[in-house]
Design a protein. Sequence first.
Lengths: 231, 283
Amino acid sequence: MRNAAKRQPPIKVAKHDGGTHVYAEVDGKDASRVYIGRKQIRVGPASEIRMAGIGGVGTEPAMRGRGIARRVYERTMREVHQQRYSCTGLFTGTTIVAHRLYRDFGYVDIKVFAQPGKLLDPAAFVAKVIAGLAKRRSLSDWRGTITVKLREHRPVRLRLEAGAVKTLSRAPSTTDLSITVSSMAFAALSWGGTTPEYLLTTRELEWQGSEDAWECLRQALSANRPCIHGY
Amino acid sequence: MSPPTRKTPSPAKIRLRSFREGDETAVAQIFTVYMTGFVGPSPVTPQSWRRHYRRQTWSGPSVEDDPDCARLALVGSKVVGYAVTDYKPEFEDDNAAVQELCVERGPNADAIAHALLADAEQRARTRGKQAILLSLSAEDAIAMRAAQTLGFRTSNNGGAVFMVAITDLPRFLREVAPELTRRLSASEFAQWSGTIAIESGQMTSGLKLSKGRVQVAPARGAGIRVAIHPEALPPVLLGQLRVSEAFLQNRLAVTASDRMQALKLLDVLFPRTPLYLPKGQWW
């Protein structure tokens, strides 16, 4: 235990660009970091509050799972207090692990953003996304047809064969898998802003057809790294 | 059909053009007026707006390198609205993101917003973008109406979330005291005098109300005592949850001789307020 504690890197604080960097240093490089920037937030026409805006949060993959990020954040919260901020705010994603860390430090969800958007060429977008997924391990050996029905647009029919994707102009005699989803949910899924499980639970996504085919596609979609999408 | 009672410019008279040096004065003014009432936006000056959009960054495009990213709507020679669209948002090169859309309020506001948004979409198509996204407030009804008529869709995709922790309650209340005074003095409680104790987790503070003024004061001897669950404190203080709603949800308890009046007073001090954190200011 004592050895483990000894291996913990030192947490350092540096003032930079009008803000504060809090970081854990390993071999001269920052292994985990947080940036505190001063934000002026208007609360009605007569008041502004000084908020510690948190950004640039990250931990090097090799350094994860060692409690370093938590220690950096403990130091960050001390800094927020020392710099006499009355509050602190940040953007994160509800699907990423840091969301739980922030809750442990007293952060509360204020607003979940549902970002409006529009696909400019839905068929091309679907084809490009599926082509990207087809190269992933779970789909790379799969052969069959997939129909993607974006709720507001015409169905897009695709044939997958050994990692290659072809758009079909006509409906095939059989479809192995058909998924129905709204266009922006599909877009969010494609860039890791949400997960197939979340969309299935909210009934935003439905699928029909072969269970094996769905499992291959689900695994390919789940391999997206979660991201904080939106603003 | 009766003749129109007020002469307003028709949508056909709205002219769009790209940003030019010197436009920042009109843009900053429109931003400031349009954002009044929202919780979140920082005040903007012509200089700060111009400085922010000098070069392409994580938080926005460059009006110097790409003046088309800021488009202005004019009626005659008067600037009546503008939109800023990032055609190279970080990590999403395939998309375009509209990050500011502000118009002069009035009967023509919807038409101006529609024209600006349709223009941004057309430019995104021309530039070969796959999707256009709105980094705007979902509580901005003018922008949302324009988006709806243009076929934008919203998905509750479990994506980005804004989180806040209150770290020093007395300090927070001191910062918002001028706004609490403004709210109180415009209400039926303007003459109310007394002290309100607010307690949440380990934090306690008092608000003294006297002659229409609100000041932070010790909590002892308060006539109204409010205990807020820590999960409800930031949403209440930032206008995202009404006090009476939190009360109904058992996330807030009030002790007072007349509890219903106390809840009314607290709703006056902490009303529900729309939130907008402009991407260009936050990131």
